[in-house]
Design a protein around this ligand. Structure first.
Ligand code: SF4
Length: 97
């Protein structure tokens, strides 16, 4: 019975979809892994708030054409994205507003 309820709950959850929007906020990182996928990274290469705002505006203005999902997940990567925690904070606030 419990398994049935759990399965039903999972099926219900799977009817909703989410769209992931990924922001590469910086190439900078405080580590230097040899296997880093961010080749030729340059610490001065970081996303400005103006660029992030343009991206958010684009997704909001074109949401009907771009996706029809129930949820949006904002994803922040780098480099080390937490180096840009203030930018991430501002982008999330701007997106919510
Ligand atoms: S971005 Fe990731 S893989 Fe690259 S150096 Fe930093 S921690 Fe390592």
């Amino acid at each position: 019975m419990e398994e049935y309820l759990l399965g039903k709950e999972i099926r219900s959850w799977r009817t909703e979809t989410a769209r992931v929007i990924t922001f590469v906020v910086t190439q900078e990182c405080n580590l230097r892994c040899k296997y880093c996928y961010m080749v030729d990274k340059q610490s001065e290469h970081r996303m400005s708030f103006e660029t992030a705002k343009k991206a958010v505006d684009y997704f909001i203005d074109n949401k009907e054409n771009l996706f029809n999902d129930d949820y949006v997940i904002l994803d922040f990567i780098g480099g080390e994205p937490l180096i840009e925690i203030d930018l991430i904070d501002k982008v999330v606030d701007y997106f919510k507003i």
